[in-house]
Design a protein around this ligand. Structure first.
Ligand SMILES: Cc1cc2nc3c(=O)[nH]c(=O)nc-3n(C[C@H](O)[C@H](O)[C@H](O)COP(=O)(O)OP(=O)(O)OC[C@H]3O[C@@H](n4cnc5c(N)ncnc54)[C@H](O)[C@@H]3O)c2cc1C
Length: 409
């Protein structure tokens, strides 16, 4: 038996960083918001747990910086790379007013902080799985779903539906927008480890033979443990028939450097994998009565694999456009287009640069050469630090002039 519940101004499907940010910001505006998630929070999300400075702006908008900084996390003060040849380069990030450039915070903790905050401003249904959207006269006007504890099916009506339901988004799929494009999609795995030697407050990204064009990461956690993983573009996994799990275990068990560092290490729990839809392809993320945010809108950085910051940023832009739509009392595609235009104005050029960097990163010779130079040259290390910390434009990294200058460094 299907029951029809009250109508809301907005229904947000998915309570990850994208959905929880959207729901809280809309609720603060005074909108009647329903946030639904199929999970019971706190819940885990397979991830590297690296929360970069990009999330900082939205955390400030939400008033959550202090709360995150009081929760268990590791501060990130730099980055360590290694090249396929084994050259190691460590770059410190400058302190910004005493704050680090990012955190490593388990998603079990981080997402729960955002989700509990959203509860202050929105009605929340946990363990409610959305199964379909409701369409009338060419508009999305609500969602259908099931309460997982009772089996009760329910339809919810709203002026706007926000699809924030991640990489396998039901909302995007039902709208025919969730295309899996292997060139713009990545497969990745992660596992938690204790007992790895040589951990610092740097995140580690290692470009290793057998794994490029992907990389192997070690991200230190607050309790001496670390988040360890690998990721590779799906078209490359298929072309080269890579078994990612085997590739990760080969690095840990056979690579001389990591074999030594993992000598006393223990895996905690299992290796888990999930999908990353990249923002190197611009997915349509708005239409009559709906918006998509975060992974549902395919916004992950195609070089770093970072998606939390863009999920939260898209939530912030979505809330602003929705506010204007309510002022006009018009929820059509033309009005909601402003969301996508303003979002891409903000993150589009960075995504484009990262896509070109991803392609440059496939070149083993170039990786060895640039990282070899950086290991010997302080000025170059400082330039790279500035680019990663967003003090200097990352676009230099894709400019031929940058590489010409390197010849003389
Ligand atoms: C292995 C791996 C490592 C990564 N490492 C990093 C990293 O270090 N840093 C970084 O910034 N990004 C990283 N990412 C990407 C990052 O995890 C995502 O970009 C981010 O989680 C996107 O947030 P979101 O809110 O859009 O979606 P999600 O966090 O996926 O949240 C979606 C929510 O929707 C809910 N949901 C799904 N379907 C339904 C449904 N039908 N009904 C109701 N609810 C539903 C889910 O339960 C979930 O809570 C990594 C990804 C992977 C796979």
């Amino acid at each position: 038996m299907v029951s029809l519940s009250n109508a809301f101004d907005v229904v947000v499907v998915g309570g990850g960083p994208g959905g929880s940010s959207t729901a809280a910001l809309l609720g603060k505006q005074g909108k009647k918001v329903l946030l639904v998630d199929k999970a019971q929070f706190p819940r885990d999300k397979t991830c590297g747990d690296a929360v970069s400075g990009k999330s900082g702006n939205v955390l400030r908008e939400l008033g959550l910086v202090d709360i995150v900084e009081k929760s268990p996390h590791e501060e990130v003060w730099g980055i360590t790379f290694s090249s396929p040849k084994g050259t190691i380069v460590s770059v410190d990030f400058p302190s910004q007013y005493g704050h680090p450039q990012g955190y490593i915070c388990r998603r079990f903790i981080y997402d729960n902080l955002l989700f509990q905050n959203a509860k202050r401003f929105a009605e929340v249904w946990e363990r409610f799985r959305v199964t379909d959207i409701i369409r009338e006269n060419g508009f999305v006007v609500g969602v259908k779903g099931k309460h997982l504890d009772t089996g009760k099916e329910e339809e919810v009506r709203a002026k706007i539906v926000v699809g924030a339901d991640g990489a396998t988004s039901v909302v995007a799929t039902k709208l025919g927008l969730n295309l899996l494009l292997p060139e713009h999609h990545c497969g990745a795995l992660r596992a938690y480890y204790s007992g790895i030697s040589g951990l610092t407050q740097h995140i580690e990204i290692h470009f290793l033979d057998g794994l490029i064009p992907g990389y192997f990461w070690i991200f230190p956690l607050s309790n001496g443990e670390a988040n360890v993983g690998v990721g590779m573009v799906t078209s490359d996994i298929r072309k080269r028939n890579v078994n990612l799990k085997q590739a990760m275990m080969d690095v840990i068990e056979k690579n001389p450097v990591f074999k030594e560092r993992f000598k006393n290490a223990k895996m905690i729990g299992d290796i888990k994998g999930w999908n990353l839809p990249f923002g190197s392809y611009r997915r349509k993320a708005h239409g009559n009565g709906f918006l998509l945010v975060g992974d549902a809108a395919s916004l992950i950085d195609p070089f770093s694999g970072e998606g939390i910051g863009n999920a939260m940023t898209s939530g912030s832009y979505a809330a602003k456009t929705i506010e204007k739509a309510f002022e006009k009392n018009d929820f059509c595609e033309v009005v909601l287009k402003e969301y996508e235009d303003s979002l891409w104005e903000c993150i589009g050029s960075d995504l484009k640069t990262s896509h070109r960097l991803q392609r440059l990163g496939k070149n083993r010779f170039l990786l060895n050469w640039v990282l070899g130079k950086a290991a010997r040259n302080k000025e170059l290390r400082e330039t790279i630090s500035g680019m990663i910390a967003n003090r200097e434009s990352k676009t230099s990294l894709i400019s031929p002039v940058f590489y010409l200058k390197l010849l003389f460094m």
